[in-house]
Write a protein that binds this ligand. Structure first.
Ligand code: ZN
Length: 273
């Protein structure tokens, strides 16, 4: 039975890191896969030449569509909010747009719920309650997705995360044979995401590591020397292929509705009618 999966992300490039393998796997199995971003990532960190002409958002949406093609995504949508940025204070709203973190949760959830209903989505992918590494737009995405699923009665909501203990061990292991660029901060994973014990779904995506890598590469033209997720993507892309497969061969999710004590599921569609 073919199902419909919708991955909801805050910014173009977020899909590459946490959910790209699961999306490519679902598409390869014949399921319909939809990618929705809340913002166009216009405040993302990019090198000056990309940011200078004020069209970074457009470029990042183009990159998102290229990433989507690599993953077999059938439809890409933008909820129409502005990127809230990373600085200590949120900038004023740009003309005609609301920064996502200031969006009314119910209004934003309504926009997403319309897509969930229109597409009869079975599985919604979002972030954990920590918003992954804690970006304000990721925390907002968690709130909006949770509310949208309530409004649309979406059967399953999976919070994409990484088991921080497992990842810290893997990074330490990789670090023995591979020198991470100075800009890469492994401590990102010590502070955020979810403990291993909270994981309810562990998906083997090793066969889709090339697609996931292509998704990351689609965004890497934005990779800059300065901080943020772009920097992390650039660092990951420089990991040699065999190590990359080990680190990125699995993706993890938390289903708050998973029965306590039930075994970890290996498929995001397992048990759906
Ligand atoms: Zn993001």
């Amino acid at each position: 039975m073919a199902h419909t999966l919708l991955a909801f992300h805050a910014h173009p490039d977020d899909e590459a890191l946490l959910t790209a393998g699961t999306m490519a796997r679902a598409a390869a199995q014949g399921h319909r896969v939809i990618l929705v971003v809340a913002t166009d990532g216009n405040e993302g960190l990019a090198s000056g030449s990309f940011a200078a002409d004020g069209r970074l958002g457009e470029r990042r949406m183009d990159e998102l569509r290229e990433s989507a093609r690599a993953l077999g995504v059938a439809r890409v949508e933008h909820l129409g909010y502005a990127d809230s940025g990373l600085g200590p204070a949120t900038m004023p709203d740009p003309p005609g747009q609301t920064r996502f973190v200031r969006a009314d949760t119910n209004a934003a959830a309504g926009r997403l719920a319309n897509l969930l209903l229109e597409e009869s989505v079975d599985v919604l992918l979002t972030y954990d309650a920590n918003g992954g590494y804690g970006h304000r737009d990721h925390l907002q995405a968690h709130r909006v997705a949770t509310r949208a699923a309530e409004l649309a009665h979406t059967p399953r909501v999976l919070q994409a995360t990484v088991p921080r203990d497992t990842i810290c061990r893997a990074i330490a292991l990789v670090g023995k044979v591979y020198r991470f660029p100075a800009a890469f901060d492994p401590a990102t994973f010590q502070r955020a995401f979810s403990p291993k014990a909270a994981i309810t779904h562990r998906v083997n995506v090793i066969r889709f590591a090339p697609a996931k890598r292509a998704s990351m590469r689609a965004h890497a033209s934005q990779a800059s020397a300065e901080g943020g997720a772009d920097r992390t993507l650039a660092a990951f892309l420089r990991i040699p292929r065999p190590l990359y497969d080990v680190v990125f061969g699995r993706e993890w999710f938390v289903d708050p509705a998973h029965p306590p004590g039930a075994p970890v599921a290996r498929d995001v569609f397992a048990g759906l009618p």
